[in-house]
Design a protein around this ligand. Structure first.
Ligand SMILES: [Zn+2]
Length: 371
């Protein structure tokens, strides 16, 4: 989730606001200030209703944050890192760093959020019951009790990535002992739920409830994307499990002397030979690697006077892997250091190169062969 504003950290978890959040915050404050509160308190001034609207809206998003903190608290207790919590247009999301290791952990993390929301619904409901006559307390409490109850119920709809979908995944995982099967079931039900939302939304739009219908369509579209990408992610993870770097790397990275001018490389090996990566070696020892990205970073008129050595990424600044490294681990390394390829070394000797493209090609080959 990019483009977010950092608010601070709780339990070491960075809390952020995505820019799309301001839109929903504005919409909810506005609908409370010009609809709900004037209806409940016609005697109050417009300014007071706006103040109530903004405060209630902030408490609503405080409740959403508490829901996400509920998930995060249990994740941390199960030694699963939480990368961050972001509030955005569709509510909140806690980015849990890795898949839970057992169905029990998955179940507890999933239900923690809705339990917090239920608790908040009870708390605000209690406030409302106690003080039904206090004008500034009753209507906001009732609204917050309702919205937290809706949050708890909505999130328990059994479609991944909603909490209910995670509960479903935990149950299927426990029954079948297969994480793969469980994710398939949960993401399939997630897609059905998502298309259900879209269908209801379109129906609403056609039958005169345009804005609410449109909103449901957007939520459905968002859920559909999330369910589909969870499934794609699973496929990649499952296919790459147990595969090592040595199986996917290429040995065809051309070795070149450090003094080769870039213009010669471009003319003789890239444009005509189709090569994309070069290693600069010195008696089999890696000195650096040179990729199309490094070359294109240098203005074309300087290619004649720039050597491979000058343009390359020197080996001491390169991350490296060895042929026995897990392919998934190598992919994670490339993701974390934002690089497209990584040299494969054995005792400081270059044996191959691994690029994202190669991993993709490997996945495509496997899927074409159906293995
Ligand atoms: Zn949740």
């Amino acid at each position: 989730m990019n483009a977010s504003i950092k608010l601070g950290t709780i339990w070491g978890i960075p809390i952020g606001l995505h820019i799309s959040w301001f839109l929903i915050f504005g919409l909810i404050s506005w609908s409370l200030a010009v609809g709900y509160f004037p209806n409940e308190y016609p005697q109050l001034s417009g300014t007071t209703n706006w103040a109530l609207g903004v405060i209630t809206s902030l408490l609503f998003f405080g409740s959403v944050l508490a829901h996400e903190l509920g998930h995060s608290f249990i994740a941390l207790r199960n030694k699963i890192p939480v990368k961050g919590i972001t509030l955005f247009i569709f509510g909140g999301v806690a980015q849990i760093g890795q898949e839970p290791k057992s169905p029990g952990a998955e179940f507890r993390i999933a239900v923690a959020g809705p339990i917090v929301s239920l608790g908040l619904a009870g708390l605000f409901g209690g406030l409302w019951l106690l003080d039904q006559t206090v004008p500034f307390l009753a209507a906001p409490s009732l609204y917050l009790a309702r919205i937290n109850l809706i949050l708890a119920i909505f999130n328990m709809i059994p479609g991944f990535p909603l909490d209910g979908g995670r509960v479903l995944r935990a149950l299927v995982w426990r029954w079948t002992n297969s994480f793969r099967r469980a994710t398939q079931v949960a993401s399939f039900s997630g897609q059905i739920v998502a298309f259900g939302f879209i269908g209801f939304g379109v129906f609403g739009m056609l039958s005169g409830n345009f804005m609410n219908g449109l909103w449901l369509v957007f939520i459905g579209w968002f859920l559909q994307n999330a369910a589909a990408s969870a499934y794609a992610q699973l496929n990649v993870t499952e296919t790459l499990r147990g595969v090592t770097v040595g199986q996917a790397m290429t040995r065809e990275c051309a070795e070149i002397p450090g003094l080769t001018p870039l213009s010669q490389l471009v003319e003789e090996r890239i444009l005509t030979g189709g090569q994309r990566c070069f290693v600069v070696t010195d008696q089999d020892h890696l000195r650096g690697i040179l990729t199309l990205r490094d070359i294109s970073a240098i203005p074309q008129q300087k290619w004649r006077f720039t050597t491979a050595e000058q343009a390359m990424m020197p080996s001491n600044r390169l991350a490296s892997v060895n042929p026995n490294t897990d392919l998934l681990e190598a992919l994670q390394l490339m993701d974390n250091s934002n690089i497209a390829q990584v040299p494969v070394l054995v005792d400081d000797r270059l044996v191959g190169m691994l690029s994202r493209e190669q991993i993709l090609r490997y996945l495509r080959l496997r899927s074409e062969l159906g293995v």
